[in-house]
Write a protein that binds this ligand. Structure first.
Ligand code: FAD
Length: 552
């Protein structure tokens, strides 16, 4: 199999033009090209009026060696890498014949889901413990907050089957280095579970919320069919640690499960569980994260800014953006989790706090584009008042809580979020009426002054940096600083504020048998990287359990 990269064709090329371009590129006749598949399709929109599609093509020819010999030194024509995933091993059929504890997977977000799936595929029959509810019931609870201002602290946007990414844009790309092609394994499993095939080849795949829900159920069914168990509403409240080794997990019900190995994939919002880990002496450290607002613009404005006359083209879909600004006060402001044609969602897991995030459906056809506009923080920023001592690993959580509670207050209660028009925010004046952009956040947005002196919605340095960044982003997306665009606060759960540090063998630095994983442990950011981390951690755990030698 050969791989051609950077094969460029105009946006509206006829279907047959692709085969002709491949033949020309390879220098072979039609009969010599046995077949071809699109491995990836992206676009180059730097020239808006002449958008170009860029293909990566895998193809089979009658004489591969001859084609390669004719193209020696051509970096864009090479043998295709083998991207198939192979399980490290399979447990012997009688592995559990003698009494031995099964591995636990705590948390059933994308990381726990893939960790459990790989363990199950290896015949290791994991027991999954998830504090929230199964995805259908969870959907009802999540709507309860959005439609009736009723929060269920154990079943919401952050907690429950599928984890934090279930009610999301379902963006399935990541910038992790992936020399083992594990992202391909994640995408392939998603397609098996019902995701559209195109996610395997478009450069920025996404699946939206509704499809994710049924896919997760199918993946759970596979884990169960392979002998795994998935238990909902089973919060792990404590760990049993003896002589530096994990020996069990204590559930909220009081039941203790014996276990020598557990993946803990808790997500970034399991604040009580992080407190428990600290009390148990598990090594933790504070890490950077970001805070800011969600901004909403008309999607049409973003489409026109990115694609000019090609705005609305079905292949291009709703346009996204990625923006960065380095502010004069030394802070970096950047766009986060941009959701084209989506909605801003209430994403708190704690009572009387307001947190924003974004989601969309597969069609991405809602009126507004939204994105987090966030400012990077360092652990030193989490100190409160005049305290100058060392930063406690849990200080970032206290910092997040402070600003989430302030947002709740500024919104006036009932999980209504505080908001302001971009024009007013830049000028430093309170907003009193919406203009051309109607915010999508439910249960609602209360217009105010997000930078009210002494009662601002973010620290002063963050407000100053965002105030400078919004007009600067205009240079990259024309219309970005339109006065009627709406800011909704606050975005605090951008990533975990701490790390549950692990060694090269993926185990906690000081508790053997404990495998911190995914976003909450500080090793992933997003669905794909969390899934990949789940695979790697499951492999490391299986290596221990099956007595294989560990290759890092
Ligand atoms: P999580 O998904 O957070 O899962 C952790 C799970 O652990 C939860 O289900 C929780 O209930 C459970 N848990 C916690 N504590 C315990 C305990 N003590 N006992 C038992 N169970 C416990 N990423 C993207 O890549 N693309 C997107 O489009 C995207 N959009 C998003 C939209 C929203 C609204 C949100 C909130 C996030 C979005 N993300 C997106 C981020 C993405 O969801 C996360 O990066 C990803 O889910 C992290 O996976 P995880 O498995 O590490 O943790």
């Amino acid at each position: 199999m050969l791989r051609i990269t950077e094969l460029r064709l105009p946006l509206d090329h006829p279907e047959a033009a692709l085969r002709s371009a491949i033949l020309e590129r390879l220098g072979v006749s039609d009969a010599e090209l046995l077949n071809h598949t699109v491995f990836r399709r992206g676009y180059d929109a730097r020239k808006k009026a002449a958008v170009v599609l860029t293909y990566t093509i895998d193809c089979e020819v009658t004489d591969e060696a001859a084609v390669l010999a004719r193209h020696t030194g051509d970096a864009q024509l090479r043998p295709a890498p083998d991207t198939r995933y192979r399980l490290l091993a399979h447990a012997p059929a009688d592995f559990y014949a003698e009494e031995r504890p099964r591995p636990l997977v705590i948390g059933f977000g994308p990381c726990g889901l893939f960790a459990a799936l790989i363990l199950a595929q290896m015949g290791l029959r994991p027991i999954v413990l998830e504090r929230g509810k199964a995805v259908r019931e969870r959907t009802q609870d999540t709507w309860g907050l959005w439609r009736r201002s009723e929060l269920n602290p154990e079943s919401n946007v952050q907690f429950g089957e599928g984890g934090a990414g279930t009610f999301s844009d379902g963006k399935l790309y990541s910038q992790i280095s992936d020399r083992r092609h594990l992202t391909r394994k994640v995408l392939t499993e998603f397609v098996k579970a019902g995701a559209p095939e195109e996610i395997l080849f478009v450069s920025k795949p996404h699946i939206g919320t509704f499809r994710l829900v049924s896919m997760i159920e199918k993946m759970r069914a596979e884990i169960e069919a392979l002998g795994g168990e998935v238990r909902f509403q089973q919060r792990v409240d404590d760990l049993v640690v003896e002589d530096g080794h994990l020996r069990g997990a204590v559930l909220a019900s009081g039941e203790t499960l014996r276990a020598d190995h557990a993946v803990i994939a808790l997500g970034h919002s399991a604040r009580d569980s992080f407190g428990m880990l600290q009390r148990r002496g598990v090594y933790l450290e504070a890490k950077p994260f970001s805070i800011g607002f969600r901004v909403e613009h008309p999607q049409g404005l973003v489409d026109r800014a990115r694609f000019g006359p090609n705005a609305g083209h079905p292949i291009l879909g709703a346009a996204d953006y990625k923006l960065v600004h380095h502010a004069r006060n030394g802070r970096s402001v950047y766009s986060f989790c941009m959701c084209p044609g989506g909605t801003v969602v209430a994403a708190t897991s704690e009572p009387e706090r307001v947190v924003t995030n974004g989601m969309s459906q597969y069609s991405r056809n809602e009126r507004n584009a939204n994105a987090g506009i966030v400012v990077g923080l360092m652990p030193d920023d989490y100190r409160q008042g005049s305290y100058e001592g060392p930063v406690n690993p849990l200080d970032g959580i206290a910092f997040q809580r402070f600003w989430e509670s302030r947002a709740y207050e500024l919104g006036g209660g009932g999980y209504i979020a505080p908001g302001q028009l971009v024009g007013d925010f830049v000028k430093g004046q309170r907003s009193s009426a919406f203009g051309d952009v109607q915010p999508s956040y439910k249960p609602g947005v209360h217009l105010t002054d997000l930078a009210l002196p002494g009662r601002g919605s973010l620290p002063d340095y963050a407000l100053a940096a965002i105030r400078e960044a919004l007009p600067a982003f205009e240079r990259q997306i024309k219309g970005f600083s339109m006065p009627d665009a709406v800011l909704t606060g606050v975005e605090t759960r951008t990533s975990s504020p701490l790390r549950v540090t692990r060694g090269r063998d993926y185990q906690s630095l000081n508790v053997r048998g404990l495998y911190p994983a995914g976003e909450g442990a500080g090793y992933a950011g997003g669905i794909m990287s969390a899934g990949v981390d789940g695979i790697e951690v499951a492999e490391a755990l299986a290596t221990q359990l099956l007595g294989l030698s560990f290759v890092d």
